[in-house]
Write a protein that binds this ligand. Structure first.
Ligand SMILES: [Zn+2]
Length: 443
């Protein structure tokens, strides 16, 4: 019904649609109808359209919702528990024992609620999650109104919620059947990493992913150690092994990819495999550097993710994108690498492409879902504004994010979360922290 009135007409100072690339619209308006973007037009023309509600957003730049392409939401409850350790020590001596002791459905419910709320506050409208009890995470994302790709965790040892691979797949199958009631949730498989998922597990995962027509997300080439160990055990780099197994392709999301030789680069580009870059996790764990600019120039779709809060330690995708933009220049040895507009594209449309959501979200285009973020650039530290995208990427923190909509529904309105009792959530999370601290000192 194109002649129905708009539900909401937004009048921001700037609109950055991301597609077409590099464009900043000034004095334009964006109209929403039935959760979709129905109109992007010059302000004067848009004001002639009937609208139930009109909202002036002075000094605000309207951008597509951010897409956090990789994370482990419930691990937010481990934020700051074990820091400043190398990856394998951190995982084997701290994180895996903690998870074995503490992770339950209640843990995942509260941890995911914390992560989702932090992300909405930070302008994230779609996030990917790879963790235990994925059916609980899916429900929490649904309740908060945010979009999520929920990965069914596959790993070759017993984990909370799944003693065996068959258990994990059965839970995934049940979640798949519940998806019609969870319209913003997408399912994927999350085989943890080449060193924790054997050939049989990988083959079964690949077969099911094909049958269910869903994507696969996996940590790949996170560290030099991972690659060296694989070469000495199997005589092959993990990416080469995955390619030979037929695992790679446009449905495959490779997380981290800090170790890349020319052959890896050619394989990623030829197969259309997506790379999910998590710069702050890689920096904190001293894992290495993803060559973002070289991958981008080779035609690989590179998205950005925060990884879990236990290795970052925040889920601030805007901050992550600034880190990515700065790091890309250092790694490429070129100040022209990953400019501000491309950095924003990486955090929005590239993320949506990686998750298979680009027909729906990732850019501001008529017909797409109204997944939007309004960032207030009126503050001292943002002045003067020559290019709002430059200010956004290089000079603005997530505290300037004032409005977030998903499917046209306001999840953050004038800086307030609408779907979450923030004080109650903080109290619940503090209680978890207290219990885990006591548990650690009593152990
Ligand atoms: Zn991860």
């Amino acid at each position: 019904m194109s002649d129905a009135p708009l539900d909401l007409l937004l009048l921001p100072r700037w609109i950055v649609p991301v597609e077409p690339a590099g464009v900043v619209l000034e004095h334009h308006a964006l109209g929403i109808r039935d959760g979709r973007i129905a109109l992007i037009a010059p302000r004067e023309a848009a004001l002639r359209e009937p609208a139930r509600q009109t909202r002036e957003l002075p000094d605000t730049v309207l951008i597509p919702g951010l897409v956090n392409a990789h994370g482990h939401a419930a691990m937010s409850l481990f934020r700051g528990f074990a820091d400043d350790l190398p990856l394998m020590t951190w995982l084997q001596q701290h994180i895996w024992p903690l998870e074995a002791r503490w992770v339950s459905e209640a843990f995942v419910r509260d941890g995911t609620a914390l992560a989702a709320a932090e992300q909405v506050r930070g302008g994230v409208t779609s996030f990917s999650d790879m963790y235990f009890f994925p059916e609980v995470a899916a429900q929490v994302a649904h309740e908060q109104g945010v979009r999520a790709q929920v990965c069914i965790p596959i790993i070759d040892f017993p984990v909370p919620g799944a003693k065996t691979r068959a258990d994990a797949i059965a839970a995934g199958r049940a979640l798949r059947e519940a998806l019609p009631g969870l319209p913003r949730v997408r399912l994927a498989f999350g085989p943890h990493a080449p060193y924790t998922v054997g050939a049989d597990s990988l083959q079964e995962t690949m077969a099911l992913a094909r049958e269910w027509d869903i994507r696969i997300q996996m940590h790949v080439h996170e560290t030099a150690h991972e690659v060296e160990e694989a070469v000495s055990l199997h005589g092959e780099r993990p990416l080469a092994r995955l390619a030979r197994a037929g695992a790679l392709g446009p449905h495959f999301q490779a997380v981290h990819v800090t170790q890349v030789n020319d052959e890896d680069m050619a394989t990623l580009a030829a197969t259309g495999t997506h790379v999910l870059h998590c710069p702050e996790s890689n920096l904190k764990l001293a894992s290495g550097f993803c060559p973002v600019e070289r991958l981008w120039q080779a035609g690989v779709n590179v998205a950005v993710g925060t990884d879990g809060a236990a290795s970052n330690n925040d889920l601030d995708l805007l901050g992550e994108t600034r880190t990515a933009a700065l790091l890309a220049k250092a790694v490429a040895g070129s100040a022209t690498a990953l400019d501000a507009h491309r950095a924003l594209r990486m955090a929005t449309l590239n993320g949506a492409r990686a998750l298979g959501l680009d027909a729906l979200t990732g850019s501001l285009e008529v017909g797409k879902a109204a997944d939007l973020v309004g960032v207030d650039l009126s503050g001292l530290a943002q002045q003067p504004v020559y290019d709002p995208v430059s200010q956004l990427i290089y000079a603005t923190g997530r505290e300037c994010i004032r409005h977030v909509w998903v499917d046209g529904r306001a999840l953050l309105a004038d800086g307030e979360l609408t779907q979450v009792d923030e004080a109650a959530l903080i109290a619940t999370v503090r209680d978890w922290g207290m219990r885990m601290r006591l548990g650690a000192s009593g152990a």
